[in-house]
Ligand binder design. Sequence first.
Ligand SMILES: *Cc1c(COP(=O)(O)O)cnc(C)c1O
Ligand SMILES: [Zn+2]
Length: 398
Amino acid sequence: MIRCISCGAEYDDDEIIYTCECGSILEVVTEVDNIPKETFDNRRDNIWKYKEFLPVNAENRISLDEGGTPFCKCDKIGEELGIELFVKVEGSNPTGSFKDRGMSVGTTKAVDLGVNMVGCASTGNTSASLSAYAARAGLKCAVLLPAGKVALGKLAQAMFHGAKVFGVDGNFDDALETITELALNGELYLLNSINPYRLEGQKTIGMEVVHDLGWKSPDRIVLPVGNAGNISAIWKGITEFQDAGYIKDTPMMTGIQAVNSAPIANAVKAGTDEVTPVENPETIATAIRIGAPVSSVKAMRAIKESNGTADTVTDDEILDAQKYLARTEGIGVEPASAASIAGLRKLVENGEIDQGERVVCIVTGHVLKDPNVAIEACEEPTQVASDPNEIRKVLQTM
Ligand SMILES: *Cc1c(COP(=O)(O)O)cnc(C)c1O
Ligand SMILES: [Zn+2]
């Protein structure tokens, strides 16, 4: 069953619908029988491990073995900040971001509904992921990207997997409005995160975190927030496992936004539930360059119910954290993902995060997604003759 998060109106599973008649957004209600948590232990480590919680037919799944991503304890950064830190590396998914979890469930639903074309607007990763999953499902695929604002690796993926790629004048919010019009007209099945089946796949991040911690909740989960689907999804996964009796406590959901693309953090700081869109969002972290988050109501609820918070970081703080994570712990992430680490540092510094807290940072996409930013952040390779003497001279200065 699909249900409106505001008025509670209910819709059938096989209805193609993205928003309620009242204008609000929808969620899938999953009904799960009593399953002992040991059920999940001897299954392959991907999102389908929790198939009883996924509201599609797992027999017919469109899957690239997504999920089951690395969960790295990061003692060097943890000790420096006086916390216990785990980093969940979503860049290890098949196309290099957490979007694969949602697209696996989303394209499975698309096939089940019998549609023949899927589409999305994207800052990059949604299109990279959908293009791959649509190929696997044998579906036609159209993606709308803000022209000139998509990181190189993501663009390459969307094109290479065979989607019809449009570069549109305008930003992500404009592109989403346009593709939504086509979807509402029945011309394609929309797989942006306004589609509640996407979030059903992504909620497995939260499930994996508490499972990996031995059925315990961390004190806090910190992640970057753009369209605000992922923070909502992770909270849904956590609360479903709490309702099932697998965990007692829940984490404080902590969203990080770039300072000039921060409608949710602005609302949290102002102490209001009203999220005011940001007109011309800007940040080097293109994956979270979003001014009017579709899932803002869900995200605000997740933050409030979990006793969490949201904050902002600057582009410089993001780039600094990206390099710090790569060079301290060996984990390479794209700029948006590094917002979680930048936010963690800031919240520890200003005392919002307590010493000794057990924190999980979700790093959402791979460093290779945005090779230009990575290369610009570094010194050029040192040009030498292929001569040990020349190289030795340099090594001795290290
Ligand atoms: C999509 C994306 C985000 C933002 O997730 P939302 O669900 O839109 O809040 C963050 N980081 C990366 C790498 C992404 O691809
Ligand atoms: Zn409604």
